[in-house]
Ligand binder design. Structure first.
Ligand SMILES: CCCCC/C=C\C/C=C\C/C=C\C/C=C/CCCC(=O)SCCNC(=O)CCNC(=O)[C@H](O)C(C)(C)COP(=O)(O)OP(=O)(O)OC[C@H]1O[C@@H](n2cnc3c(N)ncnc32)[C@H](O)[C@@H]1OP(=O)(O)O
Length: 228
């Protein structure tokens, strides 16, 4: 489904078609999704395809395979950090032929967060700073990298960059993120009503199911919540 949605978004952004052809395709899309809108999960119920303990979010807009806007980005270990390879297309365009700056920020938010998670720490984004040094080209294999730069209490600082695969020494975007693991009180107030698809409780803390993490997927492996 995610692949079909991605194909639809790209087709919509690139098709050279008449208004009649576009209306016909739009009607077919509406017909196709109509049966899927009859019974839907509540906003505080996770998808049955999600597994917080293993860091699997099927509809995350960056890494979720089921989300049509997601690439989806996949992480690989990179020394003590993380990297991801991506080639962006017409649905990510800002200035003609270049990536939208907000899309770069979206991708870096996720990979910086992952850079904290692979060190056994995690948190919500408290600060995100980007320096756009060169425009990021579309249709070009890119490298996104991140690495933890510092940690204190519940705060984790992570730095990263976007480059092309062809010229990894030329930094296009520099990024810094501060991730703060929420207090017990904030965690309860934000996520206390969230339930798994089978009705189980989850406070969303990555790492509660750390023992279940597939050793073959170390880049997705969550760590325990940092101590206070
Ligand atoms: C089933 C539920 C699922 C829930 C999942 C939740 C989180 C998931 C975590 C990881 C996600 C997994 C993948 C990784 C990729 C992620 C990328 C996307 C992540 C996001 O898309 S996430 C959404 C955007 N994000 C927010 O929506 C945060 C809004 N924000 C707040 O909700 C609070 O702000 C919070 C909770 C951050 C802190 O609240 P708090 O009460 O727990 O902590 P407190 O204020 O006591 O601060 C403790 C120490 O951090 C320092 N500190 C705090 N904030 C600071 C700031 N902004 N700048 C500088 N320092 C800061 C203080 O100065 C103090 O430092 P010190 O200890 O030295 O005094």
């Amino acid at each position: 489904m995610g692949d079909a949605l991605r194909a639809a978004l790209t087709a919509a952004a690139t098709a050279v078609a008449s208004p009649a052809e576009l209306r016909k395709a739009a009607a077919a899309i509406r017909d196709a999704i109509e049966p899927l809108t009859e019974e839907v999960r509540s906003p505080a119920t996770l998808s049955p395809l999600d597994d917080m303990g293993r860091g699997i979010r099927m509809f995350n807009p960056v890494v979720g395979p089921g989300n049509g806007f997601a690439l989806p980005l996949r992480f690989e270990p990179d020394g003590d950090g993380v990297l991801a390879r991506a080639t962006l297309g017409p649905v990510h365009e800002g200035p003609p032929t270049f990536v939208h700056g907000g899309v770069s920020a979206l991708l870096m938010d996720q990979i910086l967060g992952q850079g904290a998670i692979v060190t056994g720490r995690w948190g919500m984004t408290a600060e995100l700073t980007l320096r756009y040094r060169r425009p990021v080209p579309l249709h070009t294999p890119l490298l996104l990298t991140s690495r933890m730069a510092g940690a204190a209490g519940r705060r984790t600082t992570v730095t990263g960059a976007i480059t092309t695969e062809a010229e990894p020494e030329v930094v296009l975007v520099e990024a810094m993120g501060l991730f703060v693991s929420p207090s017990e009180a904030k965690t309860a107030s934000y996520f206390g009503t969230v339930r798994t698809a089978s009705g189980g409780e989850t406070d969303g803390r990555l790492g509660h199911a750390r023992q279940d993490v597939d050793a073959a997927s170390p880049a997705l492996a969550p760590g325990p919540a940092p101590a206070e």
